[in-house]
Design a protein around this ligand. Structure first.
Ligand code: PMP
Ligand code: GLU
Length: 396
């Protein structure tokens, strides 16, 4: 079968592929210590599930407007007013089949061959892949462990050309956990407004912020930033709703309208039942969000303690999200675990899975050779046992 050149060059999602590899080993009866997917292990809170059942019983099982039901758009606007003091209108909101879908719609609506999209590196796997799918060119801006993996305003400014269409910022960041300081964000916002660059602000981990860090939504940073921002977010991470597939984009009404036009042709509406459940998530008691955050915070503490005790690794403290991103390059070129010598992060992850049955994701997938990502969105028992095995693998 002849496939289009864009599809031929598209890589499968490395996070999803790593999880599939771990599952394959599990299906052979092997106990695998799984730290691949960034997906909360908690069950979706009961009141949200109840709202979904009630929606089905009330007959909300039909197509909805392609860009989402008015009540959900209203609930999203109300949540941003409550949480960030931001005033958005439903015409400035598009509800999609997950934030990933909103990102795809945004890129497809704005980018074409010849355009450039600025991406601070390390970046979430799908950013570069979805930019390339439009024919535009990702322009990577390298950040360092020493800077806490934050891009600074000078780096951003230096990457802008007359071909720049967009800058994709993920704060807090997957895979590094970097939580930008308010000061750093303000300087980035200054550059965006002064140079007229649109920022996609992926704020999907906004509720998962740990002590010492503070979250600020991009449009709140200065006058004029609202017009230069498209917020992308969703219910997946904050409400443990990954499988429900509800995300959104918020930005200038004409752009949102164009993205809705695309969505009307490509997928129609996101699941009607999930939309009603998301209203319950956003309007209901937010205590469940804080409960889960506290559990993630406790796991993070434990993970950092264990990382500190591992030989030859380095990392920057994650201020948010649920990932630890650490450098294992010091272990390259020497025998590990069962005696295999690994030369890069991908080999490291393969050997670790095969010999210690611990599944991580290679930093290569995030544009960060030498690093590996560990998702601590899993239970404490697995984290403890996984670290015991990782430690043994590195020290044997
Ligand atoms: N952005 C980032 C940074 C993510 O880590 C994810 C994780 N899946 C998404 C967007 C997409 O989330 P979803 O499609 O589940 O809403
Ligand atoms: N965002 C999560 C991750 O990075 C889920 C998988 C995906 O969509 O890539 O693991």
């Amino acid at each position: 079968m002849k496939l289009s050149s864009r599809i031929q060059s598209l890589k499968p999602s490395a996070t999803i592929a790593a999880a599939a590899k771990a599952k394959e080993l599990k299906s052979k009866g092997v106990k695998v210590y799984e730290f691949t997917l960034g997906e909360p292990d908690f069950t979706t809170p009961q009141h949200i599930q109840d709202a979904a059942v009630a929606a089905m019983k009330a007959g909300h099982t039909h197509y909805t407007p392609s860009g989402g039901i008015p009540d959900l758009k209203q609930a999203i606007c109300a949540a941003y007013e409550r949480d960030h003091g931001l005033q958005y209108q439903p015409t400035e909101v598009l509800v999609s089949n997950g934030a990933k879908h909103s990102i795809h719609n945004l890129l497809t609506a704005t980018c074409e061959p010849g355009d450039e999209v600025i991406i601070p590196t390390p970046y979430w796997v799908s950013y570069s892949a979805l930019v390339e799918l439009t024919g535009a060119t990702p322009v990577m801006v390298e950040t360092t462990e020493e800077s806490g993996f934050s891009m600074n305003a000078e780096q951003f400014a230096a990457a802008i050309t007359d071909k720049t269409r967009l800058m994709m910022l993920n704060n807090p960041c997957n895979p590094t956990g970097a939580a930008y300081s308010v000061e750093a964000l303000k300087s980035i916002a200054d550059v965006a407004v002064e140079r007229g660059v649109l920022v996609m602000s992926d704020e999907i981990y906004e509720k998962l912020i740990y002590e010492g860090s503070e979250f600020r939504s991009m449009p709140t940073l200065r006058d004029g930033m609202r017009e230069h921002t498209v917020i992308v977010s969703g219910v997946s991470k904050a409400y443990a709703m990954t499988g429900w597939r509800i995300g959104w984009a918020m930005g200038p009404a004409d752009l949102i309208k164009a993205m809705d036009k695309l969505q009307s042709q490509e997928t129609s509406n996101p699941c009607s039942i999930s939309q009603y459940a998301s209203i319950a998530a956003l309007e209901g008691d937010q205590g469940c969000v804080e409960e889960m955050r506290k559990e993630f915070a406790a796991r993070r503490e434990y993970v950092l303690k264990r990382l500190n005790a591992l030989p030859g690794i380095s990392y920057a403290q994650p201020g948010g999200a649920f990932y630890a991103f650490f450098n294992v390059a010091k272990h390259f070129g020497r025998p590990l675990g069962g005696g295999k010598t690994v030369e890069n992060s991908s080999d490291f992850c393969t050997a670790l899975l095969e010999e210690a049955h611990v599944a991580l994701v290679t930093g290569d997938a995030f544009g960060a050779p030498g690093y590996v990502r560990l998702s601590f969105a899993t239970d404490m028992e697995t984290i403890e046992a996984g670290f015991d095995r990782l430690e043994k693998f590195l020290t044997a």
